[in-house]
Design a protein around this ligand. Structure first.
Ligand code: PLP
Length: 393
């Protein structure tokens, strides 16, 4: 059996038609397959490789940590410098109330931990979530995601989770003294880049404060410069009670986090003690990599050019077959008339050396979320290929 056959036979598949691209190397905004063919990466591992693949500072930090120690103890018991220093750095760049970091292995685990914390801290169990939102695939996170198609196959799920329309004021009305938390993406990603109004975010924030419900902002896809600011919530002038991070948090290594005030977080230490446990969460190599990535993101001023590069995509991608383009920072959803058209364009791009994708809840939209360091020349080249692919569709 060749490698592809072994992949299809022995690696669990999540779709009937995986891309099955065999990668030999990834650097910056370029992926290279085993045949030596190069691809401009327009998805960055789905908003992970914000500072580019294999940034030298990240590789260096990983190497240094490899020489010191790997896993030594379950989460929370030992003082592990990479965890401690990264928690310090993250909280120094967050509002004062977000001062305590619980590191997890993934975004979904951050969602799980935050939902548990909200229930434990408020003593309530009702959760308000949103249609077309994505928070992860574990059963608690799945209960909160906004698609009946994905939820229904796995019922029974968590009781007491209610879904409202995103950016609709009905949601603020639904929050009451029985609500433990409102979990919401600051900008909806898998719905195809849906940006709410500042008024709506503020209304949610105010209703949560009035009723004692906690506002959980899921920034797993929006953080670390994707929208043109370090955190997307900065655009909306609201501060969440709990912030969810993942994806770019680990600089290419698996890492998630939920961040809250220390007094709130203390609810996980008592009755029961060890209220949330993870063996590998905050793995020292992942924290060392993540911290190096965040350092590079800030020190190299990468976020400063995000808006301009996003606008360049918008400017270049003009075609009569494009229905509309929604964008925020360097994050675009290019909408076509059908899933089939989108699929044809994605396949044709891949054949011509551009990697792109669709969105989970907007399969007729083409995803553009490249490494933030993609050059203007690479953007131009990618857009030429995209336009030719659209012509052919
Ligand atoms: N939340 C959002 C907004 C996401 O986009 C994702 C992943 O795509 C998750 C949560 C889940 O993260 P993970 O796949 O690391 O579990």
């Amino acid at each position: 059996m060749n490698q592809r056959e072994i992949f299809l036979r022995h690696v669990a598949q999540t779709s009937a038609a995986p891309l099955a691209l065999e990668i030999a190397k990834a650097e910056g905004a370029i992926l290279c397959d085993v045949n030596g063919k190069e691809y401009i990466d327009l998805i960055g591992g789905i908003s992970v490789a914000n500072i580019g693949h294999r940034h030298p500072k990240v590789i260096d930090a990983i190497r240094k940590q490899l020489d010191a120690y790997l896993h030594v103890m379950v989460y929370g018991e030992f003082i592990q410098s990479p965890q401690v220093q990264y928690a310090k750095m993250l909280t120094e760049h967050l509002p004062r109330s977000l001062n305590c970091v619980y590191f997890t292995n993934s975004g979904a685990e951050a969602t799980e931990g935050a939902m548990k914390l909200a229930k434990r801290f408020t003593g309530r169990s009702q959760i308000i979530a949103f249609n077309n939102s994505y928070h992860g695939s574990t059963q608690g996170a799945l209960s909160a995601i906004g698609s009946e198609y994905w939820r229904n196959a796995f019922r029974p799920l968590l009781p007491g989770v209610f879904h409202c329309d995103y950016n609709s004021f009905e949601a603020a009305g639904a929050v009451s003294g029985e609500t433990a938390c409102v979990i919401v993406e600051t900008v909806q990603g898998e719905a195809g880049i849906i940006t709410p109004t500042k008024e709506w975010m503020l209304a949610l924030r105010n209703k949560c404060s009035e009723t004692g419900a906690l506002l959980i902002l899921d920034e797993i896809q929006t953080a670390f410069g994707r929208t043109g600011k370090l955190w997307a919530f900065e655009h909306f002038h609201v501060v969440p009670d709990i912030l969810l991070l993942g994806k770019a948090l680990g600089g290419g290594m698996p890492l998630g986090a939920f961040i809250a005030d220390q007094k709130m977080m203390a609810a996980l230490t008592d009755n029961p003690a060890l209220g949330h446990i993870t063996t590998f969460g905050g793995h020292p190599v992942c924290c060392a990599a993540g911290m190096a990535a965040m350092n590079a993101l800030l020190a190299e001023g990468i976020i400063d050019s995000v808006k301009k590069r996003g606008e360049l995509f918008g400017l270049l991608l003009s075609h009569k077959k494009i229905r509309t383009t929604r964008a925020f920072g360097l994050w675009l959803a290019v909408e076509f008339d059908s899933v089939e058209t989108n699929r044809k364009i994605i396949d044709s791009c891949l054949a011509s050396g551009v990697l792109t994708d669709w969105f989970l809840f907007a399969p007729n939209c083409l995803r553009i979320s490249p490494p933030l360091i993609i050059s203007e020349q690479q953007i131009q080249q990618a857009c030429e290929i995209l336009l030719r692919s659209i012509d052919r569709s």
